[in-house]
Design a protein around this ligand. Sequence first.
Ligand SMILES: [Zn+2]
Length: 116
Amino acid sequence: MHEVSIALGMVDELTRIASENNATKITLVKLKIGKLSGIVVDSLIFAFDAIKLEHPIMTSAEIIINEIPLIYECNDCNTKFETEDIYFPECTGCKSYNLTIVSGEEQHIENVEVEV
Ligand SMILES: [Zn+2]
């Protein structure tokens, strides 16, 4: 499962952040996950909840995921639009396929709250 390796990478990153800040505990983790990242949010939370139990510093950490919509901008008519179509999006204004991604590829830690 893709999400397990992402959660593992995240836990590594969180461990590093915690030691840099001399934290004794991580209480909250906020993530930004774009629709285009292919990450299943429920699976990621499930994986994180399982992995965090092996790391005392984040056993009680809550995870909040901010899902970023998939937004494109049309290179022909400059229309910005949101879509659920990750494979063949077309401009809502002029039907063009000549598009640039504005958001939706995010896959990173946005914010971490710790106790020191
Ligand atoms: Zn267009």
